[in-house]
Design a protein around this ligand. Structure first.
Ligand SMILES: Nc1ncnc2c1ncn2[C@@H]1O[C@H](COP(=O)(O)OP(=O)(O)O)[C@@H](O)[C@H]1O
Ligand SMILES: [Mg+2]
Length: 251
């Protein structure tokens, strides 16, 4: 993929995050290259969502540092991180149920910088085009006028993916994107992620419990356990790692 000497897109070093007396993330090193799909797996409570929150800057760090495109993200608020090119979805779906699919997606425009088109036709027209294009890519166009509250769990996850992509991020963080999604839609979700990587070289950091989904999607897997990195490797390497099998995959 990328050359070995190239600076990674994202580099997290020694990241620490505490909630009161609990150390949820305890010195995690993690990197994501441009256009790379990295899976983040591990038991419940191992710190995966917290780690995504640290990367997106929704949570302030208690230690360590995060660089994105070679620049420090320390001290940046989440909205600015988004403008720097990081989009995310949440473990619990966050859409406005009474607004339509298109309206929800357009709301994500507040984060956007679509400079070239924006200058010519105004940000709204550019965002509308972007949203239309993403609804097309995810085969959601026919649902554009449907209130988001009427969507299935899987369709809401897809809408969240669209919302995360509106701002043309270079990195998207997906938290349990395939949970509550039926098997057919899981396959499509996988395809859309691969398409966005292919077309726009978007990188993804994906938290997921669906082992078939994540092992079939990720270039590389990072395994967390109690706030630390237990193992890292290709899906094939991770499947054969006895520690990982014992801690997580075995049961
Ligand atoms: N906002 C919070 N306040 C207090 N504790 C939290 C908070 N968020 C997460 N935790 C705790 O931090 C640990 C890691 O949680 P989390 O990152 O959600 O794990 P995972 O996503 O791997 O299941 C858990 O023990 C969880 O209870
Ligand atoms: Mg979680």
């Amino acid at each position: 993929m990328t050359g070995t000497t190239a600076e990674p897109l994202l580099r997290a070093s020694g990241v620490r995050k505490r909630f009161g007396g609990l150390v949820a993330v305890d010195g995690v090193d993690l990197h994501v290259d441009r256009g790379e799909i990295v899976g983040l797996i591990g038991p419940n409570g191992s710190g995966k969502s917290t780690m995504l929150g640290c990367v997106s800057r929704d949570l302030p760090l208690d230690g360590g540092s995060i660089e994105f495109e070679g620049r420090s993200l320390d001290r940046l608020r989440a909205s600015r991180a988004a403008r720097r090119g990081i989009g995310r979805t949440f473990q619990n779906v966050r859409v406005f149920p009474e607004l339509t699919v298109r309206e929800n997606a357009l709301l994500a425009r507040d984060w956007t910088t679509v400079p070239a088109l924006g200058l010519l036709r105004g940000p709204e027209a550019a965002t509308r085009e972007r949203v239309a294009e993403l609804l097309e890519t995810t085969e959601m166009t026919r649902l554009a006028r449907t209130p988001a509250g009427n969507l299935s769990g899987g369709q809401k996850r897809l809408l969240e993916l669209v919302m995360a992509l509106v701002a043309r991020p270079r990195l998207v963080l997906l938290d349990e994107a395939a949970s509550g999604v039926n098997p057919t839609l899981v396959q499509k979700l996988r395809q859309y992620v691969l398409t966005m990587r292919e077309q726009e070289r978007v990188a993804f950091l994906v938290v997921e419990h669906n082992v078939d989904f994540i092992f079939g999607l990720a270039d590389r897997i990072v395994v967390m356990e109690t706030g630390t990195v237990l193992a890292e490797g290709t899906p094939a390497e991770i499947r054969e790692n006895q520690e990982v099998v014992d801690a997580y995959l075995g049961a």
